[in-house]
Design a protein around this ligand. Structure first.
Ligand code: ATR
Length: 296
C-alpha cells in the first residue's frame, strides 16, 4: 500500500497529523503525540509518512495536506526542514528567522503555515528543568552550529543572554551562524575555537551541546567541565542515550541537567495544540512512555 493510503487508512476519517521524513521509521514523534491523544481521549491520529527528498515528492505532500479534509498538518524532520519552505503559503517569522520549518499547520482556509518549534521546545525544557535560570544572568555556551544550533542560538539571543559563545569543529559554520544571529543591540556572539572549548566555559551560566557527539554511534564529547561554575545549567540535546557522558559528568559535579528528550517533548506541544485544539503539557508519565519506546 502506498504510504499516503496507509496513513489515510490508519486515520479512518479522524483528524490527523504525521511526521514526514526520509527515513521516518525511527522517529519518536508518533509515541509522544500518541501519548497526548490517549491522555486527552482525542479521537485523532498521528502517523508516519516517508517522503523522498525531491521537490515533486514535497509538492505531492503539500497537495495531499491541502486536499485531505481531515489532514491538520505535519512535522518535518531531516532532510525536509529547509526545502519545504518555498512550498508553503506562509512562514511564521520565528521559522523564517531560524531558517527552517519543523511544523506545518493547516489554517481554517486550507492554507499551510510553516513554523519552527525547536527553539520553543528548547526554552520550555530549560524553564521546566531549571525554573530559576535567567537568560540575563551570564554568558551561554553553545557547542555545534548545525540545524539545531540555529534554533537554539536564535532563541537564546531573543531570550536576552548578554553574551553567547559559540564553538564548532568547523569554525566557518560558527562564524556564519554568528553573523546571522548577532542582534543589533550591542550584544555579542563570540566565536570560540573548538580546541579551546574547555576555556570558553569560564563564568558561563548555561552550556548546551547541540553536536551529535555523545549520541549512540558517535564518538563521545570530549569536554573538561573544570572551568564551568557549579551554578551553570547543562543541557544536552542528544536523547539516545538519555544520560550522555556530558550529563553524567555534569551531574557528578552537581550541575542541574536537562536531557534532549525534554526538548523533543516540549517542541511537540506547539503542533499538537494547533492540530487537535488541546493544550498539553509534558509530564513524567509521558517521559517514561516515550523513553521506554526509545529503549532507554
Ligand atoms: P543537527 O541538525 O542535529 O544540528 P547537523 O546539522 O548535522 O545536525 O549538525 C551536527 C553538529 O555536530 C555540527 O555542529 C557538527 O560539526 P561540523 O559543523 O564541524 O560538522 C557537529 N559534529 C558532528 N560530528 C562531530 C565530531 N566528530 N566532532 C566535532 N563536532 C562534530
Amino acid at each position: 500500500m502506498n504510504p499516503y493510503d496507509k496513513l489515510l487508512d490508519e486515520a479512518r476519517g479522524r483528524p490527523f497529523a504525521c511526521i514526514v521524513g526520509w527515513p521516518v521509521e525511527h522517529s519518536r514523534s508518533p509515541a509522544l503525540h500518541g501519548f497526548w491523544l490517549k491522555q486527552h481521549d482525542i479521537d485523532g491520529h498521528y502517523g508516519r509518512l516517508p517522503v523522498e527528498p525531491k521537490r515533486p515528492a514535497l509538492e505531492a505532500l503539500v497537495a495531499f495536506l491541502k486536499r485531505t479534509p481531515n489532514a491538520r498538518g505535519c512535522n518535518l524532520t531531516l532532510p525536509h526542514k529547509i526545502d519545504i519552505m518555498p512550498l508553503l503559503d506562509r512562514i511564521h517569522p520565528t521559522a523564517r528567522h531560524i531558517g527552517a520549518v519543523n511544523t506545518v499547520i493547516k489554517q481554517p482556509d486550507g492554507s499551510l503555515e510553516g513554523r519552527n518549534s525547536d527553539g520553543f521546545g528548547f526554552l520550555e525544557a530549560l524553564k521546566q528543568g531549571a525554573p530559576d535560570w535567567r537568560a540575563d544572568a551570564g554568558p551561554a555556551v553553545v557547542l555545534g552550529a548545525g540545524g539545531a544550533a540555529r534554533a537554539i542560538v536564535a532563541t537564546l539571543v531573543e531570550a536576552g543572554v548578554p553574551e553567547l559563545r559559540l564553538a564548532n569543529r568547523t569554525q566557518a559554520t560558527a562564524i556564519d551562524l554568528g553573523v546571522a544571529f548577532t542582534p543589533n543591540d550591542g550584544r555579542r556572539i563570540a566565536i570560540e575555537r573548538w580546541v579551546e572549548r574547555d576555556a570558553a566555559l569560564k563564568e558561563a551560566t548555561l552550556l548546551v551541546n547541540t553536536t551529535s557527539l555523545g549520541m549512540k554511534g558517535s564518538p563521545p564529547l570530549d569536554l573538561d567541565l573544570g572551568c564551568l561554575p557549579r551554578v551553570a545549567v547543562v543541557n544536552d540535546i542528544v536523547y539516545v542515550p538519555l544520560e550522555t557522558g556530558l550529563l553524567a559528568a555534569a551531574r557528578a559535579r552537581g550541575h542541574r541537567c536537562i536531557d534532549g528528550l525534554d526538548m523533543l517533548l516540549h517542541q511537540g506541544r506547539l503542533g499538537f495544540q494547533a492540530w487537535f485544539g488541546q493544550e498539553v503539557s509534558v509530564s513524567a508519565e509521558q517521559r517514561r512512555a516515550v523513553a521506554s519506546d526509545l529503549g532507554a
